[in-house]
Ligand binder design. Structure first.
Ligand code: MSP
Length: 615
């Protein structure tokens, strides 16, 4: 039975261009949307960008552009990327869209009318990259538990939302709707968190202005997460998605597991307060690492979905990430694995099936007879559907590949090249299989599925197949996925895999021991530390180096707070030529680890007095 289905992705921060992680959520959502359209469901698919908040305001300031211009640039990058990846969203929402801002204010008013918002003083910790408040207890050694970076002290007047009031209603709702939070492990995590007790949360800020103004409260902007979460609802007040917050709609929010608290606790509570329905399901997927490591700019291993799609085809990239990990589990991305699956499953299994089938139809010049379905198609297709309904695209693909392999095995076994083989029947059967596949693959391989239908000479748009045989007008086969040979593989891997800085190899790059001895390295102890005005990355330090005290400017303010540094012993380069940095004289340098950004300071594993030589 056709239904109404609405799927969303998180709206992405406009802080950079999209990478593998963002592409993943969006491609999974796209596959689900395409599947439901195929079924004939009235379907809507929404994605967009999260433009507001302190993070974006600061990045814009650092880039010396307005937050609006900064946001526009990356919102455009997201739009372009989704076009290139064949993403079929019905709308693209930005939190700076005026109609969205009006809905945020509406929601605020409804929550206020309910008596759920009150004014107070907030004092606590804030992590700007997370855009999240933390209690002392949640911090790990004073650092954000997610980003492992120092948090900032926030002390300002703020509006609060009575989240505590919703503890019991939420628990009752979770119990009555086990489908709300998926998979099971996330549901348990979220329920344990709520059972542990909910505190009211701060939902406005006053120390910056890049956000939606709080109605009737000058100087306050709405907390960026309340603003962002509202996008799912505000889009349904636009023509393209009108009515898609009605009770009968199946609403699926697809998100990464790190933002489950916002989606499965705060968002449902806001909706309850505003008297609106809740989503049907919040599905939390896992995280991708790359060759076993966290993806990060510092490591230089960020996977660019556009590069891979250009080199290998959009559909090959989509196929890999949809197939490689079951939705909900963490996964590891490897370029080698991508190429292996490409050759084995796309070029060999699927590509060959179509190629040999069409090749034989031409060679024997026969009219295929209608099929008798030796592939147990109906059964397989209903399993495929079940997996898609259960948000398991990797399993649906496995089901389809069982069919693809059965098709190849069938050709081998029936050997239509033998003179006495019943060719019209055999070829009719495999042609029919190819036809069905060209429809069922559409959610995953939207571009190649069209090409399959073109080669089969089927003039039909993708739809859920019915089982009557069709008239085919097969054209000449061209490989769907041309094989990647060893040379090309090497070439691609060299291009894709980031070059890590190799150990020094040439004589020119080496230094002699005498040269090294010229470095006056000593133990230094930090006596004082303070920020350098108007320079977010810099701290001004005084260092005791035994024989003297030195003033230095160090680019470590994003990793260390001044008060953490006082008393620390570090390795100090004492004979560096002095320089003036941002108007402050700097005489020497402390050694630290990190490429673009410092991740840790040098130190000593045992105590040694300031001034002790380091060699
Ligand atoms: N703006 C918020 C979301 C607001 S939704 C109301 C945000 N944006 S984000 O740009 O940081 O994107 C987060 C999403 O990107 C995650 O939920 C996840 O979907 C995806 N991913 C980012 N890195 C990822 C991986 N390494 N692996 C898989 N997905 C991850 O949070």
């Amino acid at each position: 039975m056709a239904k109404r289905f609405y799927v969303t992705t998180p709206i992405y921060y406009v802080s950079d261009v999209p990478h593998l992680g963002h592409a993943y959520t969006t491609i999974v959502a796209d596959a689900l949307a395409r599947y439901h359209r195929l079924r004939g469901d009235d379907t809507r698919f929404l994605t967009g960008t999260d433009d507001h908040g302190q993070k974006i305001a600061r990045l814009a300031e650092a880039a010396s552009v307005s937050p609006r211009a900064f946001a526009d640039k990356f919102a455009d990058a997201y739009r372009a990327a989704w076009r290139a990846l064949e993403i079929s969203n019905d709308d693209f929402i930005r939190t700076t869209d005026p109609d969205h801002e009006a809905t945020v204010q509406d929601l605020w008013r409804r929550m206020a009318e309910k008596g759920d918002i009150y004014l107070g003083d907030y004092e606590g910790w804030y992590c700007v990259p997370c855009e999240q408040f933390y209690t002392e207890k949640e911090l790990e050694k004073g650092h954000c538990p997610v980003h492992k970076k120092p948090v900032e002290k926030v002390k300002e007047q703020s509006y609060y939302f009575r989240l505590s009031k919703y503890q019991e209603p939420l628990l009752a709702y979770y119990a009555a709707h086990p489908e709300l939070i998926q998979p099971e492990v996330r549901r348990n995590e979220v329920m344990a968190f709520v059972r542990g007790g909910l505190q009211d949360i701060s939902i406005s800020r006053t120390t910056f202005q890049w956000g939606v103004p709080v109605p009737e409260a000058k100087g306050h902007v709405v907390y960026v997460w309340l603003d962002a979460l509202t996008n799912y609802y505000s889009a349904t007040r636009r023509p393209a998605l009108a009515g898609f917050w009605d009770d009968d709609v199946e609403i699926v929010h697809l998100i990464g597991k790190e933002i489950s608290r916002f989606h499965a606790v705060y968002w449902p509570a806001f909706l309850m307060s505003a008297g609106l329905r809740l989503p049907t399901t919040v599905f939390c997927h896992g995280w991708w690492t790359v060759d076993g490591e966290k993806m990060s700019k510092t490591l230089g291993n960020v996977v660019d979905p556009l590069v891979l799609s250009q080199d290998l085809g959009v559909d090959a990239f989509r196929y890999f990430i949809l197939r490689e990990v079951p939705l909900g589990a963490d996964g590891d991305f490897s370029h080698e694995a991508l190429l292996t699956r490409y050759n084995a499953e796309l070029a060999n299994d699927l590509g060959n099936l179509l190629n040999r089938t069409l090749g034989m139809v031409h060679k024997y010049g026969i009219v295929p007879k209608s099929n008798i379905d030796p592939f147990d198609l109906e059964n397989r297709v209903s399993r495929y559907s079940k997996h898609m309904e259960e948000l398991q695209p990797s399993r649906a693909l496995e089901e389809l590949w069982t069919l693809v392999r059965k098709g190849n095995a069938f050709i081998d076994e029936k050997a239509p090249w033998k003179p006495d083989a019943p060719r019209p029947q055999i070829l009719g059967d495999v042609l029919e299989l190819c036809r069905v596949l060209s429809h069922l693959l559409e959610p995953f391989l939207p571009e190649r599925a069209v090409e399959m239908r073109r080669q089969l000479g089927l003039d039909e748009p993708a739809h859920f197949p019915s089982w009557q045989s069709r008239t085919f007008a097969p054209t000449v086969a061209t490989p769907l996925f041309p094989r990647i040979d060893e040379d090309r593989k090497k070439e691609l891997l060299a291009k894709w895999t980031p070059k890590r800085e190799a150990p020094v190899e040439s004589d020119e790059d080496q230094i002699t021991f005498e040269q090294f001895q010229k470095l006056d390295l000593r133990v230094g102890q930090v006596l004082s530390a303070e920020p350098v005005p108007k320079a977010k990355k810099l701290l001004q330090l005084t260092i005791d180096i035994g024989t003297a005290k030195r003033q230095v400017v160090a680019g470590i303010a994003e990793t260390y707070r001044p008060e953490e540094l006082v008393g620390k012993k570090v390795i100090f380069l004492a004979n560096l030529k002095p320089a003036t940095i941002r108007g402050v004289r700097s005489e020497g340098m402390i050694l630290a680890a990190g490429d673009e950004q410092v991740v840790a300071l040098s130190g000593l594993d045992r105590d040694a007095a300031p001034g002790t030589k380091v060699r």
